[in-house]
Design a protein around this ligand. Structure first.
Ligand SMILES: [Mn+2]
Length: 317
């Protein structure tokens, strides 16, 4: 990629706001923290604002407490949106943000190119991979805690180096990040195997809803939001559960739903035969990658599931 435009905007401006999508994940957190470090390291004023809270398991990342759920009062020149395919996924009113320009850096293939400048690379496994390339191409040397944030971004968006986006390039980048100080075993432990008792209780309740549909080709699990109160767990404690829905032999599509009495959110997973990104796009506001996508159907759980299963039955024919 050619970074001239991005470098010019960074040079010409002083106040930056960084933001990303709802339901924070490792990639959006790691990418934002890496960029925050960079802007501050060259003397710019920069802050991070996200609507949703930081999941506890990412609190080990240096400066993660700077990801604020309160929009800064001060005005800013440039809004940097990282790892976010469209403005509605930000969950706040970007149109009236007062920014002179939006810079959009992302790897989702359905990115709507909403920025004044758009750096979209759908071949990148993570937004963190694009930011690594920016640092590398521009000879920006970064400290070990930034290597940790970028490693976390890439590790989580490749499902711990298990998904088909785990290319040799990704592994070479991660080797470089380890050389720069990322502790791969420590990060894995903190992200994937450090759960609160409440999280494990929540996950056991979600597991107990496991159901097969369409002759076992589709598997679903469900989380009524009411069980958060019952278990004392947080919404983000269910993160990663969707991946288990597609782990059964013979299962092509996995569905993880989270629902209130009136609407049902779907996280879709595919083994590769069905493009769940296209399935999610059939629902207004939905989208994502071919093997992992999401959408919300504004109907109660039972009706929403019927609608989704009807779509999947056609796709699987
Ligand atoms: Mn991502």
């Amino acid at each position: 990629m050619i970074w001239t435009e991005l470098n010019k905007i960074i040079n010409d401006n002083n106040n930056f706001l960084i933001s990303s999508h709802l339901s924070l994940d490792g990639d959006c957190i790691g990418s934002q923290l890496a960029f925050l470090w960079y802007l501050q390291s060259i003397g710019k004023k920069a802050s991070v604002y996200c609507v949703d809270p930081l999941p506890q398991k990412f609190e080990f990342l240096k400066d993660s407490e700077l990801i604020s759920q309160v929009k800064p009062q001060d005005s800013f020149d440039i809004l940097m949106v990282l790892d976010c395919s469209n403005v509605s996924r930000l969950g706040w009113d970007v149109a009236n943000s007062g920014a002179k320009a939006i810079i959009n850096i992302d790897h989702h293939r359905d990115n709507t190119k909403f920025g004044a400048v758009n750096y979209i690379d759908s071949s990148a496994a993570a937004a963190g991979e694009i930011i690594f390339s920016f640092f590398k191409d521009c000879n920006i040397d970064f400290p070990s805690h930034v290597a940790e944030t970028l490693y976390t971004a890439i590790m989580t968006d490749t499902g711990g180096f298990r998904f088909s986006n785990t290319s040799s390039k990704v592994l070479r980048i991660c080797a470089e990040l380890i050389d720069k100080g990322a502790d791969c075993a420590g990060i894995y432990d903190k992200v994937y195997s450090s759960h609160t008792p409440q999280t494990l209780l929540l996950q056991s309740r979600i597991w107990s809803t496991l159901t097969f549909h369409l002759h076992g080709q589709v598997c679903s699990m469900d989380m009524p939001l009411s069980i958060l109160n019952e278990t004392g767990a947080k919404y983000s404690d269910s993160e990663g559960m969707a991946d288990f829905t597609v782990s059964g032999i013979g299962t092509e599509v996995g569905i993880m739903t989270k629902h209130t009495p009136d609407e049902t959110h779907f996280s879709l997973r595919s083994r590769g035969k069905i493009d769940v990104g296209q399935v999610a796009q059939m629902i207004p506001g939905g989208g994502g990658h071919s093997c992992a996508a999401g959408c919300t159907i504004k109907l109660p759980y039972k009706e929403a599931m019927e609608q989704m299963l009807a779509i999947l039955a056609k796709e699987l024919e």
